[in-house]
Design a protein around this ligand. Structure first.
Ligand SMILES: Cc1cc2nc3c(=O)[nH]c(=O)nc-3n(C[C@H](O)[C@H](O)[C@H](O)COP(=O)(O)OP(=O)(O)OC[C@H]3O[C@@H](n4cnc5c(N)ncnc54)[C@H](O)[C@@H]3O)c2cc1C
Length: 478
């Protein structure tokens, strides 16, 4: 029987294991072991539950426009557990000039698709609005060369759109510096829209018309998903269910891998305790810096390439208060903070408004983000310092002057991968080198998308390639 070992039980590794499970259920003769150094599977996905609160350490939801997470939930029987964001409070605020101002209605990511709300909104100055409107007339870029998010937005919509929208919202998702992050690898749909429609606004309007036509032909019951979806009891429901629904896979936690070498026709892994495991194929579903270290002796060129991928630190801070006389309305999903405001938090999600079922009656809960590429040192402080700066920011921005019921700080040290300009060419080079190391696969957020749906897609794809390799070896009698 052919064997594969998956190293890393984050969502990419678990999705890969589930793909192998499906193949075994169809009759394939494959042995699969998944190893993780941590005492819990899920990697960045980790949910805490106490006193009726559901607190996410890392991701709190995933985007439904990319189908891979919803599709996987369906396969493992979690469709009924999926839940969307609160439809009653969909506004997002931006902190500018010491005030929280709503984003105009009809913005699609950062592109205005409704004329009146955009014209009357106070977030942008008149010259800023006129400059954004020039997108309708500016010619498209002539080549496909990658550029930074900042350069793309400046070129199409101007400096104000970059400062007040793209930097806090789009770069914020990646905890990145917009001057260095790759537009091709992070928001390829903008590049495609520009190439197809010349103008982003015209492209988004065309897309809206298309969607309206589809909606008029299908019943609302067939479109049950909000833009962001999660699981009722927290995202780790998906982690636990994936393990439960993969009975043919051997899952070993608290089992770190220290080294990987070619051995005969296959691979030999040395574990942290010094023991060894042999396998025909191995998939590294670990962060790129760890995978770089593991393949150092076998594929030094891959190590050199993977070491170019940078990670930055962030911290998330969840804070709960009694609802009674809370000093600020929580009528939206929260707010983002442009770097020009000089504050110490990147954003704040009003969790009790976005996902009301995560908080018991009588309380509100907020979640703040600290650090990222532009203020990494703030996220590397100790928990007390991060808690203190967060409370001061909430006091200054929202006037919150009371004692919290609890405050929980979670460090995500070097956890946020940075897709810098040229990222996709770098990944192509990695793939080219891997062609010369049969039986070695890489997957995870470092490669073709950081979001949960992207990691699921990438892990599933890597597993399919590995299965083809193992089945090919079996039929060739290797
Ligand atoms: C704070 C934060 C908020 C986020 N919010 C969202 C969000 O709301 N929505 C969204 O879609 N995405 C979000 N993301 C991104 C998303 O969570 C991650 O990109 C994704 O979960 C990464 O999955 P992964 O499987 O690639 O890696 P990981 O989750 O990092 O898993 C890697 C695994 O490898 C294991 N490992 C490491 N070294 C070894 C070793 N030597 N031996 C064995 N095992 C090892 C680790 O223990 C870990 O379990 C967020 C990320 C962060 C940090």
């Amino acid at each position: 029987m052919k064997k594969i070992i998956i190293v890393g039980g984050g969502i990419a590794g678990l999705a890969a294991a589930y793909r192998v499970q499906e193949e075994i259920a169809r009759g394939a003769s494959i042995e699969c072991v998944l190893l993780d150094s941590a005492e819990k599977f899920g990697g960045k996905i980790s949910t805490l539950r106490f006193n009726g609160f559901i607190v996410e350490r890392g991701p709190d939801s995933f985007i439904s426009q990319k189908p891979h997470a919803i599709e996987l939930c369906r396969k493992i029987g979690l469709t009924d557990r999926l839940t969307g964001t609160n439809p009653g409070h969909t506004s997002t605020y931006v902190y500018v000039n010491k005030k929280l101002v709503t984003m105009p209605d009809g913005l699609s990511l950062m592109i205005p698709t409704k004329f009146m709300p955009f014209v009357f909104n106070s977030l942008f100055t008149l010259p800023g609005k006129v400059r954004m409107g020039l997108d309708l007339f500016i010619p498209k870029k002539k080549d496909n060369a990658d550029e930074s998010l900042a350069s793309f937005v400046r070129r199409r919509m101007g400096e104000e759109a970059l400062e007040k929208m793209a930097e806090p919202m789009l770069a914020g998702i990646y905890a990145s510096d917009p001057e260095t992050m790759s537009i091709n690898s992070t928001f390829p749909m903008f590049v495609q829209t520009e190439q197809k429609y010349r103008s982003l606004i015209l492209g988004m309007l065309a897309q809206k018309r298309r969607q309206a036509n589809i909606n008029s032909r299908t019943s609302s019951a067939s479109q049950p998903f909000s833009l962001f979806m999660t699981l009722r009891n927290g995202l780790d429901e998906m982690v636990e269910t994936l393990v439960e629904k993969s009975p043919a896979i051997t899952f070993l936690k608290g089992t770190g891998v220290a080294d990987l070498r070619v051995s005969g026709e296959g691979w030999r892994l040395t574990l942290d305790d010094g023991s060894v495991m042999d396998t025909d194929a191995v998939m590294l579903a670990t962060p790129a810096n760890i995978s770089a270290h593991l393949v150092e002796k076998t594929a030094p060129k891959v190590t050199e390439l993977l070491n170019r991928i940078r990670y930055v630190s962030t911290a998330t801070v969840s804070i709960a208060y009694k609802k009674e006389r809370f000093p600020h309305a929580l009528d939206g999903f929260g707010f983002v903070v442009p770097k020009t405001e000089g504050r110490k938090i990147l954003a704040c999600t009003w969790t009790s408004s976005k996902f009301p079922e995560r908080v018991p009656e009588g309380y509100v809960m907020l979640r703040c983000f600290v650090g990222g590429a532009l203020q990494e040192e703030l996220a590397e402080q100790d928990e007390d310092a991060i808690a203190a700066l967060t409370l001061k920011e909430l006091h200054d921005i929202m006037g919150v002057d009371r004692e919290p019921e609890f405050i929980k700080v979670f460090h995500n040290r070097k956890a946020n991968v940075q897709y810098r300009v040229g990222h996709s060419a770098l990944i192509d080079s990695v793939r080219d080198v891997l062609k010369f190391t049969p039986g070695l696969y890489l997957t995870g957020s470092a490669y073709t998308g950081i979001g949960i749906p992207d990691c699921i897609r990438d892990g599933t794809h890597a597993a399919t390639e590995a299965i083809d390799f193992l089945v090919g070896q079996s039929s060739a009698g290797v």
